[in-house]
Design a protein. Structure first.
Length: 154
């Protein structure tokens, strides 16, 4: 004789999504960072079109003068630094109305990203432009091969 199981209770779903509950649990266990880091890795997007590649690096708060772009031995190296916030100067050994850092989620310090380029990139025609905190590097296709070249950020 077969046993038939029947659940007459309606399916219950949690009021909050599982991701929300998990994020709250993990957030409480992670230590709070109150000192800026020494380095970070900026996120990058790589786009491809008929003309070549376009590389976008998110660098909010970084001056274009603080970014260096070099090509060496088939690799594009993008490096620089985002200066940390300066704390107010002390007067007579005490800080006057200085805000205390409770949590830092912005990354500061030096950064460096290296991208291996295919041989089809014309290294001498690479252009870089920084607007609104996004570094855009255009990498046009071509058959010439160059071993070393410095790219200026406009």
């Amino acid at each position: 004789m077969a046993t038939i199981l029947y659940n007459n209770r309606p399916a219950t779903r949690p009021a909050r999504a599982f991701n929300t509950v998990l994020n709250e649990l993990l957030r409480d266990t992670l230590p709070t960072v109150t000192e800026p880091a020494k380095s970070f890795i900026p996120p990058a997007d790589v786009l491809e079109s008929e003309d070549g590649f376009e590389l976008h690096l998110a660098l909010p708060g970084v001056a274009k003068e603080a970014v260096q772009i070099d090509f060496q031995e088939g690799k594009l190296i993008i490096s620089g630094e985002r200066k940390a916030l300066k704390s107010p100067e002390a007067k007579n050994g005490e800080l006057q109305n200085a805000p205390r850092v409770r949590r830092l989620e912005t990354n500061y310090g030096t950064f460096s990203r290296t991208f291996r380029l295919p041989d089809t990139i014309d290294v001498t025609a690479i252009e870089a432009e920084m607007t609104d905190g996004i570094l855009r590097v255009r990498l046009p296709f071509d058959g010439k091969k160059v071993n070393k070249h410095h790219i200026e950020v406009r």
